[in-house]
Design a protein around this ligand. Sequence first.
Ligand code: URA
Length: 231
Amino acid sequence: MDNELRLQYLEAMGIDVWLSRTSIPAASESPTEAVIDHIDLAPSLDNWTLLEAEVANCQKCTLCTTRKNTVFGSGNQQADWMIVGEGPGQHEDEQGLPFVGNAGGLLTEMLRAISLTREDVFIANIIKCRPPNNRDPHADEIAHCSDYLYRQHQLIQPKMILALGRIAAQTLLKTNEPLAKLRGKVHTFNNSPVVVAYHPAYLLRFLPEKSKAWVDLSFALQTFTKLEGDL
Ligand code: URA
């Protein structure tokens, strides 16, 4: 990240940048260059914090004009499991947290079914801002946002990704295959295994499909256990 941008994030987070006496720029130097040469930022700010601030200030697409809050994600930054949904709905937009509405309640139950809590995993979405009226995200919105998810994944390095629903699965796997064809297989995203499951919001709408959630979760858990055993 360039230094000027880094300074903007620091400012947005209310962090003061101090200059050592020796860093006062010579008349010939650009003030920004001289300052950045001498400040000691690295020890106090990790990449995660910077990424969070970058998302919070993001204006790469028009969703920034309608959102109340960005939804960065929540949970354990050292998680073995990363859960990836589609994007924030109304409640998530209001609270700035992922999966806090009805679908979130079901997700918590789904995780419990495989002995995980929300604190064990990291939960993120493909896009970080709510599309108006909960419409599907547009391709350009996904494209602008996907770098954030990629970087979250790089920092967490999960041992397993559970992709919830068509948009999450197709985006991570760069495919147009229907969800039904993607379930029950182990895919890969940036070196992590990916298992696909029905989205909890879909399961709430089509209750008879709920049993399929158990099939997907059991497959994900089996895959995780097997990969752990192979290590
Ligand atoms: N649906 C999602 O895909 N993500 C959320 O955070 C909430 C609902």
